[in-house]
Design a protein around this ligand. Structure first.
Ligand SMILES: [Zn+2]
Ligand SMILES: [Zn+2]
Ligand SMILES: [Zn+2]
Length: 132
């Protein structure tokens, strides 16, 4: 199961944006052992500040809205609400970017993922490519 399909809530804390030391493309967002999606290099990423922020992140339970302190320095992580006992997943933050359509200049928001993507503008149907 990819993390795109997981039910749960999204972390608001983003790890730093880093580029692959081999091919200079953007690495996938995360900490620990990352694999560059362009050249498949394995890169170890650590960032103590992000880990600390992850531990201290406050999230509200999707069931009862009680605010919990996460206490775990990994994403994704499974949490259990202390009030209603429901389980939910705290998913990694998905970096978003804004791009403008080259034809109508409408601003489109999308998940930032390394690599090239083909996009179709929902307003004017023009197709264009972006790469990160
Ligand atoms: Zn690379
Ligand atoms: Zn709850
Ligand atoms: Zn457009």
């Amino acid at each position: 199961m990819s993390d795109e399909e997981m039910a749960g809530i999204e972390s608001r804390i983003a790890p730093p944006d880093l580029t692959c030391p081999r091919c200079k493309n953007l690495l996938p967002s995360g900490l620990g052992e990352l694999v560059c999606s362009m050249c498949k290099a394995e890169v170890k990423v650590e960032h103590e500040i992000t880990r600390k922020k992850w531990r201290e992140e406050k999230v509200s339970c999707p069931e009862c809205s009680k605010v919990l302190v996460c206490g775990v320095d990994q994403r994704p992580t499974n949490l259990q609400c202390a009030a209603c006992k429901s389980h939910f997943v705290l998913k990694p933050h998905r970096p978003k970017i804004e791009v403008s359509c080259p034809s109508c200049e409408r601003k489109l928001r999308m998940n930032k993922k390394p690599g090239k993507r083909e996009i179709q503008c929902p307003a004017c149907q023009v197709e264009f490519r972006i790469s990160f």
